[in-house]
Ligand binder design. Structure first.
Ligand SMILES: NC(=O)c1ccc[n+]([C@@H]2O[C@H](COP(=O)([O-])OP(=O)(O)OC[C@H]3O[C@@H](n4cnc5c(N)ncnc54)[C@H](OP(=O)(O)O)[C@@H]3O)[C@@H](O)[C@H]2O)c1
Length: 257
């Protein structure tokens, strides 16, 4: 069966190369871009190498554009196997130099648009019982530094979204069988009860307050103050384990799997 891939932001850079690479690997590839007048280069390669690349307009900031593009793909192909959320840009400027509206604009492309697209393709992938979503983050999704806080925090947010999503999508098959309101009901119930149990044994808020007071008084304040055995335990585990080991550890700690 022909596999279908969708890549956002393919007018240049990583998105362009990804769309070409997927097509070379046999995917029918929707190379989406907000300005299709930038499609000459990709169309030329597609023609020269006889690649199945279909350029489609998609401005990820625009809800209608996203809905229309995904609908068109599903009308044509009835499936989506791969979604690469690549479109993104970086806003430079320190926190006090960048307005909240500018922060929101940055988050619109680098974060909210990705939620929108995942929500658009999610039902199809669940129906297929298969699918891969790749979110292009950055090393600055794990490390902060000055002069681009809007970009950095949008990538940190994306890291959180991606980590959550991996858990939510993993038990897809199990959840699908239930006839409950949401296919995510089982996982939500398990995680909420796991977190509640941890909270019952959690740290007294007074300890947090004391730490804040100490932090304020510190002559050389640390970048981060970790409060509570649970937080220390998770962060220590994250530091010492591989990504997969940590994921399995979290599953066990959160809902005993
Ligand atoms: N290059 C790096 O070193 C690096 C490192 C870490 C992470 N990344 C991430 O990798 C991704 C791609 O970056 P790149 O380096 O390949 O940069 P790039 O060459 O500037 O490509 C960015 C792409 O995103 C598109 N785009 C921006 N806003 C859009 C919107 N609203 N709707 C649709 N497309 C939109 C751009 O389209 P237009 O041509 O229309 O502007 C362009 O095609 C980004 O998410 C970036 O944060 C890059």
């Amino acid at each position: 069966m022909e596999k279908v891939a969708v890549v956002t932001g393919t007018s240049s850079g990583i998105g362009f190369e990804t769309a070409v690479a997927l097509a070379r690997n046999g995917y029918y590839t929707y190379a989406t871009m907000r300005d299709t007048t930038k499609s000459d280069k990709i169309n030329k390669i597609a023609k020269k190498e006889n690649l199945k690349i279909h350029v489609l307009e998609l401005d990820v900031d625009d809800e209608n554009s996203a809905k229309t593009a995904i609908k068109q793909i599903l009308d044509q192909k009835q499936r989506i196997d791969v979604l690469v959320n690549n479109a993104g840009w970086a806003l430079w400027g320190c926190v006090e130099d960048v307005s909240v509206d500018e922060f929101k604009t940055q988050f619109e492309t680098n974060f909210f648009s990705i939620i929108r697209l995942i929500q658009e393709v999610g039902p199809t992938m669940r129906k297929q019982n298969s699918g891969t979503i790749i979110n292009i983050s950055s090393v600055v999704g794990r490390i902060g530094f000055p002069a681009s806080p809007a970009y950095i925090s949008s990538k940190f947010a994306l890291e959180g979204l991606s980590e959550s999503l991996r858990f939510e999508l993993a038990p897809m098959q199990l959840a699908k069988k239930s006839e409950l309101d949401s296919v995510y009901r089982d996982i939500t119930v398990k995680v909420v009860s796991g977190v509640k149990m941890m909270a019952e044994m959690g740290t007294n808020p007074k300890v947090v307050a004391d730490t804040i007071v100490k932090a304020i008084a510190d002559k050389k304040p640390l970048p981060r103050y970790i409060v509570g055995n649970d937080a220390s335990m998770f962060l220590e585990a994250k530091k010492n384990k591989s990504d997969i080991e940590f994921e399995n550890y979290l599953k066990k700690e959160l809902y005993g799997e």
